[in-house]
Design a binder for this molecule. Structure first.
Ligand code: IPM
Ligand code: MG
Length: 357
């Protein structure tokens, strides 16, 4: 039986993961679907209970599952904790341990939400972008890093941006492969005008393209320009291939185009046969945590991505996406989408739409 490990985490994480439990329960009851669900404390919740954001036991459970679904991590409560024990550090450790290097962040504008975007409807209606973000290297993991005190008593902070050819090539391959099943275009974003890693990135992508993917349209774009083009004319993009840090920033920006950060799912994939890590793109939203106001759709759609990429049930992913679309068409709206539905009511709307299929 396929297995899914739930890591609700912090803030709104437990509330949105609860709705995933309901959806998965519905599928078990009605979709000829069998899934072994397990759960572990993660992030700040694990730090409070175990003194570490990710226990070795939870890490081993993740590696032994077919898929892992995280809610959210972090919050002001752990702001004073040493960096290595912060909730976010647990997430980075998990991504690294799972070797989940290819982060797929689709930005899809649902028709019913085209007016919820901060851009005019004509710019976002029908928008369908896929950001492929490198997730296990770059400045997030580069050494040396740290804050040191200089001889004059002032401090100096260091981060290191580092990429190997192999790291760039494997994630670029994922982007090209996925583009072939879409509109066949890859935009590779880096800062080759100022960064050595950017020069290497462009070179590796160019060579791989010429060697194995000449049928795919490839465009190089400086990351700052990509940020600008995303709000100017977002529909020019199909697949955006980029590094860990630029991908973090560009995916928040792309998410907002679709109406709300509360809508965007993600998948982080490793090699075939290894578990995938699924996360809503949104954070822990401590300001609304525990109030039943959070939008569970990003988590529900992340579960959908797990059904497709790790749990061998693309048919159920399609049903779930259709149910989310139907729930939105029927007017279900949490606060982030300009409505007043609760987290539970949004979950109800999705379950109702599933039942009506
Ligand atoms: C994301 C988040 C994380 C990141 C944080 C929580 C470590 O912003 O998944 O986009 O920066 O990768
Ligand atoms: Mg982010």
């Amino acid at each position: 039986m396929p297995s899914l490990l739930l890591l609700p985490g912090d803030g709104i994480g437990p509330e949105v993961i609860e709705q995933v439990r309901r959806v998965s329960g519905w599928m078990t009851a009605h979709g000829n679907f069998h899934l072994e669900l397990a759960e572990r404390a993660f992030g700040g919740a694990s730090y409070d209970a175990n003194g570490t954001p990710l226990t070795q036991e939870a890490e081993a459970a993740a590696l032994a599952s077919d898929a892992v679904l995280m809610g959210a991590v972090g919050g002001p409560k752990w702001a004073g904790v040493a960096r290595g024990d912060r909730p976010e550090a647990g997430l980075l450790r998990l991504r690294k341990a799972m070797d989940a290097f290819a982060n797929l962040r689709p930005a899809l504008c649902f028709e019913a939400l085209a007016d919820a975007s901060s851009l005019k409807r004509e710019f976002v209606a029908g928008l369908d972008i896929l950001i492929v973000r490198e997730l296990t290297s770059g400045v997030y993991f580069g050494e040396p890093r740290g804050i040191e005190t200089l001889a004059d008593g002032s401090r100096r902070g260091v981060d290191t941006q580092v990429y190997t050819e192999a790291e760039i090539e494997r994630v670029a391959r994922v982007a090209f492969d996925l583009a072939r099943g879409r509109r066949n275009k890859v935009t590779s974003a880096e800062k080759s005008n100022v960064m050595e890693t950017g020069v290497l990135w462009r070179d590796v992508v160019t060579r791989l393209h010429a060697r194995d993917y000449a049928d795919v349209e490839l465009e190089h774009m400086l990351a700052d320009n990509a940020a600008m083009q995303l709000v100017k004319a977002p529909k020019q993009f199909d697949v955006i291939l980029t590094d860990n840090l630029f991908g973090d920033i560009l995916s928040d920006e792309a998410a907002m185009l679709t109406g709300s950060l509360g809508m965007l799912p993600s998948a982080a994939l490793s090699y075939a046969g290894k578990p995938g890590l699924y996360e809503p793109v949104h954070g822990s939203a401590p300001d609304i945590a525990g109030q039943g106001l959070a939008n569970p759709l990003a988590a529900i759609l992340s579960f959908g991505m797990a059904l497709r990429w790790s749990l061998d049930r693309p048919d159920l992913e399609e049903r779930l996406s259709a149910a989310v679309r139907a729930a939105l068409d029927a007017g279900a709206r949490t606060r982030d989408l300009g409505g007043s539905d609760t987290t539970q009511q949004m979950g109800d709307a999705v379950l109702k739409a599933l039942a009506a299929q």
